[in-house]
Structure formats: C-alpha cells, structure tokens
Design a binder for this molecule. Structure first.
Ligand code: AQP
Length: 332
C-alpha cells in the first residue's frame, strides 16, 4: 500500500555539544510529529564543517547526536535516521542548486551577516553557501514540513525560493516546504544574555544548558541566570531573562506562559529558577541514561545509521536523477 503520509525533514549539525535550545526547539517536537509524518532526521555533519572541527570531536558528536535522537524518543524503526555525508546526493544537489542561486540572496541571510562580523574577511565560503546545502537537504526528500526553531526561518524561506525557481525554470520537481515552528520553544535564549539565542558554539558555558550537563551543573547555571530588578514573574519583553525561563518551563511541562505566571503570583525569581532547574533535570535525566547506554553499543548505532542511509540514498537519488535530467546532464 502506498504511504500517503506527509514528509518531514530536519537535522542538527554536530558543531558543538547539543543544548537545551536544540532539544526544546527541535528534537522534542520531532518526537511529537513522528506518528503523523514520514520523517527523515539527519545528523548534519557536512553543515558542521562550515566551521573548523576537530576530527575526533566531530566523530564523537555525530554518534552522540544520533544517540540523543533515539534516547529522546525518536523511534529508529518508524523514522529514517541517517548521517548527512552518507548520502552523497546532498553534496551533488547542492552544486546543482548553487548554479541557480544568487550572491545577493545568500548575502542577505542574517546568520551569515552575524558570522561575518565575527570572522571578517576570513569567513569560510562554506558559511556563505550553507543555506544552499540546507535547501538541497530539504528539497531532495520533497519535504512538506520542516520543523525548526525560528532562527532557521529565513533559511527555510530561501529553500522555498530556490525550489520554486528550479520548478519554474525547468518543470515541477520539488515540493515547496513549509516551516513548522514551535510556539513557546521557538527561540530559547542565552542564560547570561537573554537578547541572543542559546547556541552550542557560544564561548561562555554559563549561557547554555547542555543536554549532557550533570544535575548540579544544571542547578548552578539556572540559579545564575541573568534576570532583572523588577522582582515579579511576568511574561514580558521587558523581562527577557524571566520570559526565557517561563518559555523553558512552558515547553517542558506543556503549560501556557499565562498559567505559569498565575502559578507564581506572590512568589519570586528564586522559586521560578528552582522549578525550572528541576523540570529540566526531570526531563533530561532519563534521556542522559539512555544516551550513555547507546553510546556503549556502537554496533547498534551503526546498524541504525546504515539502514537509514540506505533508505535516504534511495529517495534522494531519485530526486537527484530528475534534477540532472532536467538540467541536461547525460544519464549515467
Ligand atoms: N536557542 C534555540 N532555540 C530554539 N531552537 C534552537 N535551535 C538551535 N538553537 C535553538 C534549533 O536546533 C536545530 C539545529 O540547529 P543546528 O545545529 O543545525 O544549527 P543552529 O540553529 O545554528 O544551532 P546552534 O546551536 O546555534 O549551533 P551553532 O552555535 O553551531 O551555530 C534547528 O532546528 C534550530 O532552529
């Protein structure tokens, strides 16, 4: 029987150890979507190398992310879990789409602009091109929906533009994907500077919670979260630190920010921080145990990513062949 489920594609790059932002903004939502959709989740190792990575760390993190996916509840039997570089079609399609993308549109990407400020003239060309590789990732699977945090919305819009351009230039080839952005966890902010997003490549470790952080570290980091001098638990842009804590609690517990504010009437930030820390610990502890178990079973992980790559290669190659044919490349 033909599978008529809509298709989802998403991935995370092993450019650092995963944070609570990656978990709440991406992975936790994937778990909810896996029954309704035909899901492809990859470890985006080719994206990670847009910035220099230590080879040993890259290998460790790639397997760690795969373990995090499975330990968070993504069923490898129901979903296609794979490592991006194991499907060469991603790199090939990326070149084909590079040839119909514009410098102007790539240069307008906020993430590129931010990173160029950091790296200046020596910014890697990979960082400039990366949204095209991301477009290829998505378009190759004809994804209907791409669950991402709000930081990736602009890249997804570019993927839509690139896909539509190819469809118009040749003939309908790709499904044009929609973003699927969670409400309360769309952007988990840095704990030390709540005006910027929590990021795994941030220099100050107090700004983020890692999925693998020990219990005491989580308590300490949350207790040191930067708040304000207002002293009342409100969900307001004037209190970004407190708002971020409420968002974290809301997305873990599934309670609306409004109800959380009600629960803290007459209480202060220390009570809120204590509850946020305990909620994170309750959420992450069982996942950490499973991750450690899986990481000690490399054969099992290998089996998962090999099977995943087999299915992903089949689907991605079909789309790639169509692209090549339409462009005018001679079939192999
Ligand atoms: N702070 C965040 N809040 C909500 N969602 C987030 N995501 C990342 N940070 C937050 C979501 O996680 C997914 C994976 O992202 P990625 O690793 O491919 O790239 P990224 O968005 O650049 O993540 P980082 O952690 O900020 O990595 P670095 O520091 O290496 O650039 C995406 O769905 C993203 O929205």
């Amino acid at each position: 029987m033909e599978d008529t489920k809509k298709i989802i594609f998403s991935g995370i790059k092993p450019s650092g150890d995963l944070t609570l932002g990656n978990y709440l903004g991406a992975i936790k939502n994937w778990v909810k979507l896996q029954d309704q959709y035909d899901c492809y989740f990859c470890v985006a190792d080719l994206h990670a190398i847009t910035v220099r990575q230590d080879p040993k760390d890259l290998r460790r993190r790639t397997l760690e992310i795969l373990s995090i996916y499975i330990s968070s509840g993504i069923d490898p039997e129901k979903n296609t879990l794979f490592i991006q570089s194991h499907v060469p079609a991603h790199s090939e399609a990326s070149w084909l789409l590079t040839c119909s993308s514009y410098m102007g549109e790539l240069g307008r990407m906020t993430q590129f602009k931010d990173k160029s400020q950091k790296y200046g003239e020596s910014i890697g060309a990979g960082l400039f091109n990366y949204p095209i590789l991301m477009s290829s990732d998505i378009l190759l699977y004809n994804a209907d929906l791409v669950p991402v945090g709000i930081d990736q919305k602009q890249h997804l819009e570019l993927a839509r533009d690139i896909g539509e351009r190819f469809n118009n230039l040749y003939s309908p080839t790709f499904t044009i994907p929609d973003a699927y952005i969670p409400t309360s966890a769309a952007k988990i902010m840095d704990l030390q500077d709540p005006t910027k997003k929590m990021s795994k490549s941030e220099d100050n470790p107090n700004g983020y919670i890692l999925i693998m952080d020990p219990v005491e570290v989580i308590r300490k980091k949350i207790s040191r979260t930067v708040t304000d001098s207002i002293g009342i638990v409100n969900y307001s842009d004037d209190q970004p630190g407190v708002k971020n804590l409420i968002n974290i609690l809301s997305s873990i517990k599934g309670i609306s920010p409004k109800d959380i504010v009600k629960n803290y009437e007459g209480l202060g930030y220390s009570e809120l921080k204590k509850d946020v820390a305990e909620a994170i610990i309750t959420e992450l502890s069982p996942i950490q145990t499973k991750i450690n178990e899986l990481l000690s079973n490399k054969t099992y992980l290998e089996d998962i990513y090999k099977k995943g790559a087999e299915k992903a290669n089949y689907v991605a190659n079909k789309t790639l062949r169509k692209m090549q044919k339409k462009i005018g490349l001679i079939p192999r």
